[in-house]
Design a protein around this ligand. Structure first.
Ligand code: PGA
Length: 240
């Protein structure tokens, strides 16, 4: 793992946005794997600015890591909505090239299977961006998720529901299930960037980077991947 420690959130966002720009410049038809959450908002803002200055997304394809079960794409807390707002509406990406699991599909298992197929058909993910949960989850692969898992329906843990309740009017409104790319789907990406900021992520980052590789710390699986860059601010790196 290549660990890059930067001063603060803005530097983290700049570093990651530059790496994404490098990927798209080198391979204009890149396939990107994308996260949601608070952490990558700055990265997406910078990519929109880069798009205005000419970075071309017209041949880029994206696959999001996850989506809440039960939320349609026009629900303000759905991840489809988040992506439209934070990135897709601001760059020249083709709508047909943006994939987010459909959390209201009538057959969720078929949706998961089709999602994996679409990733394969696109040629696999060139660059996967990842956030990390305070419990070290990646995507919605919570502690205990087997390394062989592919895209599937998962139950969210209490700590994740609690962490995400800040975006909802009440805790009762937070979905308890999601569709998530699996541990193996993530590990099949050619290159991976894990980004984190703030002291709340310090323990998860320590366990992921320095701890044993174990299903109890989902992000620790990344130690087994040949091309991972971890971009963290000083607070998130404080236990390294
Ligand atoms: P956050 O979420 O960016 O909102 O902290 C990260 C995650 O849960 O993967």
């Amino acid at each position: 793992m290549n660990v890059i420690v930067v001063n603060n959130y803005d530097r983290m966002s700049e570093e990651v946005a530059k790496l994404v720009r490098g990927q798209i410049t080198e391979k204009p038809d890149s396939v990107l794997g994308l996260p949601t959450g608070g952490t990558p908002v700055g990265v997406y803002g910078l990519l929109v600015e880069m798009g205005k200055r000419g970075l071309d997304f017209s041949r880029v394809t994206t696959f999001n890591l996850d989506e809440y079960v039960g939320l349609a794409g026009d629900h303000p807390q759905s991840y489809r909505y988040y992506m439209q707002t934070n990135l897709f509406s601001g760059v020249n990406i083709k709508a047909a090239n943006t994939f987010v699991p459909n959390g209201v599909a009538s057959d969720l298992d078929a949706e998961c299977e089709a999602y994996e197929k679409r990733i394969k058909q696109a040629g696999g993910i060139d660059l996967q961006l990842l956030g990390i949960g305070t419990n070290a989850h990646i995507g919605f692969n919570e502690p205990g998720a087997e390394f062989g898992t592919m895209t599937r329906v998962v139950d969210l843990t209490e700590s994740t529901i609690e962490a995400n309740s800040r975006f909802f009017a009440s805790r009762a409104e937070v979905p308890t299930k999601a569709i998530s790319m699996g541990m193996k789907s993530i590990m099949q990406a050619k290159n991976i960037i894990l980004l984190a900021n703030g002291g709340g992520k310090a323990e998860a980052i320590r366990a992921a980077v320095l701890g044993p590789v174990t299903v109890d710390v989902p992000a620790s699986v990344l130690q087994l991947h040949p091309s991972v860059t971890v971009v963290v601010d000083q607070a998130a790196a404080s236990k390294l």
